[in-house]
Design a protein around this ligand. Structure first.
Ligand code: ADE
Length: 237
């Protein structure tokens, strides 16, 4: 068995009222391997453990009225402090956050310690949000809590932790790395339901294969995500 490095490259603190949601994500696949190899460390804090009353309440009605409940600042802040070390980068998951994408994932993967704060109910008391370093949204829709968003962020970031993915060149070639979608992939069998693998991929000519992939990458992006091409053009001027 490979020895775990003395210090993980990335420590992730997760503040959530539903830590059980993360069990299989942390045990499976690339994230599971990165944790077992000691490259990634995850620690949980549950605001419920810091509730003050006999009912262990963490939420209350919003001042000013309105529907739903709001997470109270006290238990939430105490839970954040449990997992945040000095220098931790604190990220709130929220539909009002900045849209998450590959650049944010690679920025977060370079940190030593991040804390992902998952909201529930109608939201968090704004005074706690003021202590966040940033807020991230995974899309323009409202989830019932930040947990699924935190898992998406965690997955995308964990792949970029040095050593987690093994093959570094796959980073350079995957979708979004160059502002384009990845080229189409094929594997065995050579003919499936009468459809052949493009001959160029069987040619062994790496220069031609490279050209073909680049062309397909552009074609796919133009067809499926023309917005990426526009964004790429404007970022290059
Ligand atoms: N919490 C609820 N909805 C969310 C979203 N779209 N992104 C991040 N966190 C959220």
């Amino acid at each position: 068995m490979r020895r775990a490095p003395a210090r993980p490259s990335l420590r992730v603190g997760i503040v959530t009222l539903a830590p059980e949601m993360f069990a299989s994500v942390l045990a499976t696949g690339l994230i599971g391997r990165a944790i077992r190899a000691g490259l990634l460390e995850a620690a949980f804090a549950n605001p419920r453990d810091y509730a003050r009353d006999a009912h262990r309440r963490v939420d209350a009605r919003p001042y000013g009225g309105g529907p739903g409940m709001v997470l109270m600042p006290g238990p939430l802040d105490a839970a954040i402090r449990q997992v945040a070390k000095r220098g931790s980068w604190i990220v709130g998951l929220s539909p009002r956050g900045r849209p998450f994408g590959a650049p944010t994932a690679s920025r977060l993967a370079k940190k030593k310690q991040i804390v992902l704060v998952c909201g529930r109910y109608e939201g968090l008391d704004e005074r706690v949000c003021e202590s966040f370093d940033e807020e991230i949204s995974i899309g323009d829709y409202v989830l019932s809590g930040g947990e699924v968003a935190a898992m998406a962020v965690l997955d995308a970031v964990a792949r970029l932790v040095p050593g987690a993915m093994g093959n570094a060149s796959s980073f350079a070639e995957e979708s979004f790395a160059d502002g384009l979608l990845e080229y189409p992939q094929y594997t065995r069998p050579r003919v499936w339901r009468g459809k052949r693998v493009p001959a160029v991929l069987l040619s062994g000519n790496h220069a031609r294969i490279g050209d073909w992939r680049r062309r397909k990458s552009l074609e796919l992006t133009r067809r499926l995500r023309p917005d990426l091409l526009l964004a790429r053009k404007s970022s290059k001027v």
